[in-house]
Design a protein. Sequence first.
Length: 208
Amino acid sequence: MTRADVSAEAFKFMDVRRMTVGMANCIVQRVSYTADLGFEIFTVRHLWEVLNAAGKDLGLRPFGMRAMMSLRLDKWFGSWGREFSPDYTPAETGLDKFIRWNKGDFIGRAAALAEKEAGPKRRLVSFVVEADGADVVAWEPIWLEGAVVGFCTSGGFSHWTGKSVAMGFLPADRVTDGLACEIEILGERRPARVHLAPLWDDGGRMRG
């Protein structure tokens, strides 16, 4: 569908290229929100018809936003308005790795540098939850040793692993893989464990 080189060597993870796909002039980014190899294509409706026709023998079919939101939890990818917002700092959410510190002055630079030096007071982490009939949605309290120490930002059901999962903030000095805590869902505290490794793919598929 394109004459552009989209091999892993020529088109690396997070790269952006202009290319013709079908007969459409597109902006294509090598990025995925589903923890698997994928591309985001900014284009016109014509390309949907081209992709749909080319993928029929592969069983290609569209899926909805709710499915994608479940898939992104398998990689612990945050979502704007849930894990990422002006209320949370880059160091708390892990977005500080995208800051180019030497680019000169920018709004918030002094505060970000101070937090970088001292370390964030809380961190966004992921959980596997022993849910019972209902998954985390957002804002559920996180309990540790009998006290509320944080809150959830989002959650749902991982269909790939068959597990209920969640993301939320914990005090930075308490974050350890496997930490046992409780998440309150519909008034009932459910056992949960911090699970820092992705449930699906260690980066090989996305980057390979």
